[in-house]
Design a protein around this ligand. Structure first.
Ligand SMILES: Cc1ncc(C[n+]2csc(CCOP(=O)(O)OP(=O)(O)O)c2C)c(N)n1
Length: 364
C-alpha cells in the first residue's frame, strides 16, 4: 500500500517535471527567434508538451524523430540543447550564416536524418525509416510530428496508405492540431473526429488527446506501442499556447516577438526551472561510398538504357546488402524486375504513389 502511494507521488512529480520542461522549451523558442529576428515561435509553442514528453520520457536511444513541420525547428534545437546534445549558448545563433542551427532542420545537425521544411515530406520519410528498421530487425521506433495545416498535402495520405499496407506498428504520428495554418484557419480546424475518421479509414489506430496534457500524451505513447498498426496521436492544441496575446490568435504565424513582446510573454509563461536527462543520443549519419563498377558493354552493343539500369541495380544489390529497391508499379518498364526477383526481402512496392516513393527512399 505504502509502496503504491510512493509510486503515485513519483509519477506526479514526473508529469510536473515534463510540464516545466515544456515551458523551458517555449522560453528557448521565443528567445532564440527574437534574437534571430525571424522564425516561428507560435508554431513551437503548440507542440511544447509533445516535445517535452517525447525527448525527456518517450524517445529511446535508437528511436528516430522527424519534425515534419520543419518551421518549428527552434523547439527541436531547444530540445537537443536541453538534452545536452548541442550547446545551449548556440541557440542564440539561430539562423546566423555561420551557425548549423538553420531555420528548418537539416542533417548539418547530426541527430537530424532528413531535412524538412518543405511541408508534407516527413511522414513518407518516416515510413521509409520504419521499413528500414523492420528490415534490420531493429525494434526501435519512428516518431513523426506533423502540422495539421501540413496534413492537407497529398503525400501524407500516400504515406498513410503505405504505412497501413506494410502494417508499420513501429511508426507513431503525432498531429499538432493547433487549428491555424499560415494565413488562415486550417480546413478542419479543431474538428478532431474528422482527422480520426480519415486516419482510421486508411487503416491506422488513433487516439485523440489534449496535446497540452502531458499525462494524456504519455498514455497515448504507451497505447501506440501495443498497437498492431501504425498509430496516430491526434493532439488538440493551441498555437502560441501559454501566452495570452498569442494563444489561438490569427496573424502571428512566422513572426518573432520584439523585445517588449518577448518580456511580456516570458512573464506569462509559468515556472521552467528544470533540467532533465534524455535518452536521445548524439548520432551521426554515415554516408558510405561504394566503389561500384557497372556492367561492361562492348562498343556498339545495343542495350536499352532501362535494361542497363536494371542490370546495374541487380549487380549493386548483389554487392551491397543494404541496397533496397522501391518501385511504383512500373518494375517491368524500368527493369527493377530482376532485383525484385533476386531480393524479394529488399524490394518494396510503393504502388502508383510516386511522392511517397521518393520520400520513403529518402528515409531508408
Ligand atoms: C510545401 C510547402 N508549402 C507552403 C509552405 C509555407 N508554410 C510554412 S509554415 C505554413 C503553415 C503550416 O501550418 P501547420 O502545418 O498547421 O503548422 P503550424 O505552424 O500551424 O503548427 C506554410 C503554409 C511550406 N513551408 N512548404
Amino acid at each position: 500500500m505504502k509502496k503504491s502511494i510512493k509510486k503515485k507521488v513519483k509519477k506526479i512529480d514526473r508529469i510536473q517535471q515534463l510540464e516545466l520542461m515544456a515551458n523551458r522549451l517555449r522560453i528557448d523558442s521565443i528567445t532564440s527567434t527574437t534574437a534571430a529576428g525571424s522564425g516561428h515561435p507560435t508554431s513551437c509553442m503548440s507542440c511544447a508538451e509533445m516535445m517535452s514528453a517525447l525527448f525527456f520520457d518517450e524517445l529511446g536511444a535508437d528511436d528516430q524523430f522527424i519534425m515534419s513541420k520543419g518551421h518549428a525547428a527552434p523547439i527541436l534545437w531547444s530540445a537537443y540543447a536541453e538534452a545536452g546534445l548541442i550547446p545551449k549558448k548556440e541557440l542564440k545563433n539561430l539562423r546566423k550564416i555561420d551557425s548549423d542551427l538553420e531555420g528548418h532542420p537539416t542533417p548539418l545537425i547530426p541527430m537530424v536524418r532528413i531535412a524538412t521544411g518543405s511541408l508534407g515530406q516527413g511522414l513518407s520519410a518516416g515510413v521509409g525509416m520504419a521499413l528500414a528498421k523492420r528490415l534490420k530487425k531493429d525494434r526501435s521506433r519512428v516518431y513523426v510530428l506533423l502540422g495539421d495545416g501540413e496534413s492537407a498535402e497529398g503525400s501524407n495520405w500516400e504515406a498513410a496508405n503505405a504505412a497501413a499496407h506494410y502494417r508499420l506498428n513501429n511508426l507513431c504520428l503525432i498531429l499538432d492540431t493547433n487549428r491555424l495554418g499560415q494565413s488562415q484557419p486550417t480546413m478542419h480546424g479543431h474538428d478532431m473526429d474528422r482527422y480520426k475518421k480519415k486516419f482510421a479509414a486508411f487503416g491506422w489506430d488513433t487516439m485523440i488527446v489534449d496535446g497540452h496534457d502531458v499525462r494524456q500524451l504519455l498514455r497515448a505513447f504507451r497505447k501506440a506501442k501495443s498497437s498492431k498498426r501504425p498509430f496516430a496521436i491526434l493532439a488538440r492544441t493551441f498555437k502560441g499556447k501559454g501566452v495570452s496575446f498569442l494563444e489561438d490568435k490569427e496573424g502571428w504565424h512566422g513572426k518573432p516577438l520584439n523585445k517588449d513582446h518577448m518580456e511580456k510573454a516570458l512573464a506569462e509563461i509559468g515556472p521552467a526551472d528544470i533540467t532533465l536527462r534524455s535518452k536521445v543520443k548524439r548520432s551521426r549519419v554515415t554516408h558510405r561510398h561504394s566503389d561500384f563498377r557497372p556492367n561492361d558493354y562492348m562498343l556498339g552493343e545495343m542495350v536499352a538504357t532501362r535494361g542497363a539500369f536494371g542490370n546495374a541495380l541487380l549487380k549493386l544489390g548483389k554487392k551491397d546488402k543494404d541496397v533496397v529497391t522501391i518501385d511504383g508499379d512500373v518494375r517491368n518498364s524500368t527493369m527493377t524486375l530482376d532485383f525484385f526477383k533476386a531480393f524479394p526481402g529488399r524490394s518494396f512496392e510503393s504502388f502508383i504513389a510516386e511522392q511517397n516513393m521518393v520520400g520513403m527512399a529518402a528515409g531508408t
